[in-house]
Design a binder for this molecule. Structure first.
Ligand code: NAP
Length: 337
């Protein structure tokens, strides 16, 4: 069996470019004991992958140059030496940017295609949905009547954050890039207000939409969105720091005066709680997350949106789009039928 795979050819500086990757076809070994041969059906593209392309210190080791790019996948089992996995089974795994792979079965979880669309295992019912659930409820702790603000709000993390906030009785304000996305925030996801962070008067719009201030800011982006949010935060506001995608391609600190003192002043005077987190820290909550969120999806309390791009050969271009806001919802590559 051959696999076509995309390897990291060199470490990007700034936005990853096609020349930072190489597509190659390799012969796979037959699966050894406890292994399965898999055909990738869907590949998840996520912002964290930009960090794996860099060897800067991080919470996880980088992908090595000449290694296959990493990523969560939904795959079909073609062969297996583990009796728990049969040919034809559909599994969630971490095969990366490739058409076929041989994986240890301890890394695989069987999916039931009748329970939910397979792609949801990479989005609302998978890692991004779990990130939203655990980060919002553990650190953000939204209370009825409070105001919750989240950016990248049409993405799988932000959209789930906003809708769980509403389920908990809070007012949800979504921030996204451009009129098509703000319309989705209002009409598809049911946010109470939708703001375009690219609008020249974004900071004024945010002030108008948060007359009672902000109690929870779920931080997905950083940059100019955080600048506008800072002065709107209420006393005792909670800020789960989940991601800073606005800076993932940065090669240096932004220009301008040092504003650390300003930030620390807000933290002190308003008794703010900022806590960074990586979703794996909360894995003991997965057992409560899955029935809760799959139930909300099934009864219509949580809507989701997926942007499925056809063909592994479009992966690099699609990933660039994820870092510039071209994706409309959870970005997934359809690798095979
Ligand atoms: P996503 O929203 O599907 O995609 C990223 C979005 O970020 C883009 O669509 C774009 O949306 C927005 N963006 C990009 N550059 C921006 C900028 N300069 N300013 C403002 N917004 C910008 O991604 P996701 O998978 O849901 O992830 C959202 C965040 O959660 C990311 O920061 C990710 O790294 C983080 N995350 C963290 C964990 C964890 O364990 N801590 C786990 C999963 C995800 P707009 O067009 O709307 O601006």
């Amino acid at each position: 069996m051959k696999s076509t795979r995309i390897v990291l050819a060199s470490r990007p500086t700034g936005m990853p470019q096609p020349e930072n990757f190489r597509t190659e076809t390799v012969e796979l070994e037959a699966p050894g004991p406890g292994h399965a041969l898999l055909q990738t059906l869907y590949l998840s593209l996520d912002p964290y992958m930009r960090g794996r392309m860099s060897d800067a210190p991080s919470y996880a080791p980088p992908v090595e140059v000449d290694q296959t790019m990493c990523g969560a996948t939904v795959s079909r089992v073609l062969e297996s030496t583990d009796p728990a996995f049969a040919p034809g089974d559909i599994v969630l795994g971490y095969a990366g940017w490739q058409t076929h792979s041989v994986e240890h079965t301890s890394y695989l979880r069987t999916l039931d295609p009748a329970a939910a669309p397979l792609t949801t295992a990479l989005g609302v019912l998978g890692m991004p949905g779990f990130t939203a659930y655990s980060g919002l409820l553990t650190i953000g702790r939204p209370q009825p009547g409070e105001t919750v603000v989240v950016a990248a709000a049409t993405g799988p993390v932000g959209a789930t954050v906003g809708q769980i906030a509403k389920i908990k009785g809070a007012r949800a304000i979504g921030i996204a890039g451009g009129p098509q996305k703000t319309a989705l925030l209002r009409d598809h996801f049911g946010f109470d207000a939708a703001l375009d962070h690219r609008a020249p008067d974004f900071a004024e719009q945010l002030a108008a939409a948060t007359p009672d201030g902000i109690d929870v800011y779920f931080e997905n982006v950083g940059g100019h969105v955080f600048d506008a949010v800072l002065s709107r935060l209420n006393k005792f506001a909670r800020i789960p720091v989940c991601g800073l995608v606005a800076g993932y391609n940065a090669t240096d600190l932004p220009p301008g005066p040092d504003r650390l003192g300003l930030l620390m002043g807000h933290i002190l005077r308003k008794s703010l709680t900022l806590r960074g987190f990586i979703q794996t820290e909360f894995l003991d909550q997965f057992g409560e997350f899955y029935p809760a969120v799959s139930g909300w999806v099934a009864n219509g309390d949580i809507a989701y949106l997926e942007d499925v791009v056809d063909g592994l050969d479009h992966t690099v271009e699609a990933f660039q789009g994820l870092l510039t806001g071209k994706n409309l919802g959870k970005l997934i590559i359809k690798v095979a039928d």
